[in-house]
Design a binder for this molecule. Structure first.
Ligand code: SF4
Length: 191
């Protein structure tokens, strides 16, 4: 159960970061796959910067990779170089614009904000640390938390009954274990 909760939190943190990145790419007329290819090429070595390696790493078809590379080349984000040892082999690398873009589009600003808030806190387990990190990232990203009801600032226990402080309605025990779009995270400094 603990593993499942930890897994869910990691999944939510990574999907939040992906959505932040998607939003930034969309603003530039790019799709997530374009960013994935650029990101891969920014980190792979000279033996791994070919069309085939990109397709293999990202699990894409050769056709998709080929179209993506063409588009990125047109936008001057990457360039091709024929191998000096084998003229059949084309190496792909980022241009200066591509390097700049990949650095600008990392959701690092979100992370910095989260790190500043979380670094001073003490946690009793990894679940609590991940939950707090997720809440801080969501606040920085101004996204809805969709958190667990029992972790909401409106969640109240009154005379052995559960109550939603927002709607003033009673909650079943089951409700307290479900996620809610109106969830309002507690201030991490106070948890
Ligand atoms: S707003 Fe949603 S998450 Fe918060 S207490 Fe009410 S039902 Fe639960």
């Amino acid at each position: 159960m603990l593993e499942l909760e930890t897994f869910r939190l990691i999944e939510r943190i990574s999907s939040l970061l992906r959505s932040e990145q998607r939003r930034k790419y969309a603003a530039l007329g790019l799709q997530p796959v374009h960013g994935q290819v650029l990101d891969y090429l920014a980190h792979c070595n000279k033996y791994s910067n070919t069309h085939a390696a990109v397709a293999e790493y990202l699990g894409l078809t050769k056709g998709t990779v080929s179209q993506t590379i063409q588009l990125l080349e047109r936008k001057n984000l990457l360039e091709k170089t024929v191998s000096s040892q084998d003229a059949r082999v084309i190496h792909l690398s980022l241009t200066e614009s591509g390097e700049r873009l990949i650095n600008e589009l990392k959701p690092l600003e979100l992370f910095k904000q989260a790190e500043q808030q979380v670094s001073q806190l003490k946690f009793i387990d990894i679940g609590e640390a991940l939950q707090t990190t997720l809440s801080v990232l969501q606040q920085a990203n101004q996204s809805k938390s969709f958190g667990l009801c029992r972790t909401c600032s409106y969640f109240t226990v009154k005379e052995n009954h559960y109550l939603c402080g927002l709607t003033q309605q009673a909650l079943d025990r089951d409700d307290t274990e479900k996620i809610c779009r109106e969830h309002n995270p507690r201030n991490p400094q106070k948890t």
